[in-house]
Design a protein around this ligand. Structure first.
Ligand SMILES: [Fe+2]
Length: 255
C-alpha cells in the first residue's frame, strides 16, 4: 500500500479551510446534501456531509489524524455537527468519532455489534435516521468485520470496507468472514445501476463510481460462487501484509 493523497490535485471549495484543502478531493450533490470526501492516511476516506439549508453536518468515518480539519471546517463556516457515524470498527486508523461525539455532544452511531462503549446510538439492519434533515438508511453488510454497516443516502451508498470500486475490503482481519463478505458485496451490487458508491478506502484514486461500472469492472464481483470467492480471498490475503499498527487501532477503536 502506498499513499495516494499526494497525487491528488487540490480541490478548492468554500468550506474546507486553507490548511486542509489538500485533504478535500471532490464534491458531490445529492438532493439536500453536499458531500465532501476527505482523504487521510494511506487511502482512508471520510465523508463530511452538509445540509446547506440548515448548516447541519453528519460525519461518516472521521479519522483522528485530521480531527482539526473537521473542527476548523465546522467552526469557520458556523456549521453544526449533528451526528458522527462509523461504518465499522476500523483496523487501519484511529476513529475521531468518540472525540467529536463527546466534545460537541452529538450522537455517535454504530451497528449494535460494535464493541466501543462510546457509541451512544446502536442501529440494526434496515434502520433509518433523519439527521440534519437528511435521511440515512443503515444496511448491515458484515464480512470485513461483524459490525460493518453500509449507509444509504438517496441514491448514494457509503460502503465502508465492504464493496470498493475495483475491489472489496479484506476479510482476514479481526471479525472478518469471507463468506459473509461475498454475500454482502452482492447484496450491495443489487441496488439499481444509477446508484453511486463511496467506499471507505481506495488505494488507486478511485473515490466514487456509478454502481453500473462497479458491477462491470470489479473482478471480485465476477467470481461466480461463494466457495471460489472464499478460496480467492484466503489465497490473496495470505500474501498480503497486515495493516501497520493493526492491534493498536483495533484496541483504540474498540475501547
Ligand atoms: Fe476497515
Amino acid at each position: 500500500m502506498s499513499s495516494t493523497k499526494t497525487t491528488q490535485q487540490p480541490s478548492i471549495h468554500p468550506y474546507i479551510p486553507m490548511h486542509y484543502q489538500h485533504f478535500a478531493v471532490d464534491i458531490f450533490f445529492e438532493e439536500q446534501a453536499e458531500i465532501y470526501p476527505l482523504w487521510s492516511g494511506e487511502g482512508n476516506l471520510s465523508y463530511f456531509i452538509l445540509n446547506p439549508q440548515t448548516k447541519e453536518v453528519v460525519l461518516i468515518d472521521p479519522d483522528l489524524e485530521i480531527l482539526g480539519a473537521y473542527l476548523l471546517t465546522l467552526d469557520q463556516n458556523k456549521l453544526r455537527l449533528v451526528a458522527v457515524i462509523d461504518t465499522h470498527t476500523h483496523a487501519e486508523h484511529a476513529t475521531a468519532a468518540p472525540t467529536l461525539s463527546q466534545l460537541l455532544q452529538v450522537p455517535y452511531i454504530m451497528h449494535q455489534q460494535a464493541p466501543s462503549r462510546f457509541v451512544t446510538e446502536r442501529i440494526k439492519d434496515g434502520d433509518e435516521r433523519t439527521l440534519g434533515g437528511m435521511t440515512f438508511q443503515f444496511l448491515h453488510t458484515p464480512g470485513h468485520t461483524v459490525d460493518m454497516t453500509s449507509i444509504r443516502l438517496g441514491k448514494r451508498l457509503f460502503t465502508g470496507d465492504s464493496l470498493f470500486i475495483k475491489s472489496c475490503g479484506r476479510a482476514d482481519l479481526p471479525g472478518g468472514d469471507a463468506g459473509q463478505q461475498y454475500r454482502s458485496i452482492h447484496q450491495l451490487a443489487q441496488f439499481p445501476d444509477d446508484y453511486t458508491i463511496h467506499p471507505g478506502h481506495d488505494y488507486n484514486n478511485h473515490i466514487s463510481s456509478p454502481l453500473s461500472a462497479v458491477s462491470q469492472h470489479n473482478h471480485r464481483l465476477q467470481i461466480s460462487s461463494q466457495e471460489a470467492f472464499v478460496a480467492f480471498m484466503t489465497a490473496h490475503y495470505a500474501q498480503e501484509e497486515k495493516p501497520d499498527n493493526l492491534e493498536y487501532y483495533v484496541a483504540f477503536n474498540a475501547q
